[in-house]
Design a protein around this ligand. Sequence first.
Ligand code: FES
Length: 159
Amino acid sequence: MLLSEQSYKKIDRELAKFPADQRQSAVMAALAIAQDEKGWLAPETMQELADYIGMPAIAVQEVATFYNMYDVKPVGKFKISVCTNLPCQLSGGEKAAHHLKEKLGIGFRDTTADGQFTLIEGECMGACGDAPVMLVNNKRMCSFMSNDKIDALVEELKK
Ligand code: FES
């Protein structure tokens, strides 16, 4: 068993929402649960989920590689996604991304040497009016990210 008992319990709860012949509908939730525990989705983790749910491993991989909230490569403790889609870009997204890259000393798709931060380009998060926007570990939305707010966020996460 690759995951903790607690994670399997959570996956079981997701599986229970669907009829027995539609267990694969729970795959997105299962991937999120596994990623929360493991930090990223290794091939063996995806294989384990495929076996557990009862679907082909390739189908699990397809879902995991299609959506950018899933990480199929190791990432830092904090993954910061910066929305760089056009509406955000036009409202300071580019500048915010630049500041963050300078501050962390990495580019997009990179991880800091201490394993703390990974920076990625995010897609529209449905909060274009709050630009620049960032998402930490797919869950915490940060809006109106001025350079000062970016500095404060990085300091807070470092603690
Ligand atoms: S374009 Fe960035 S949140 Fe919509």
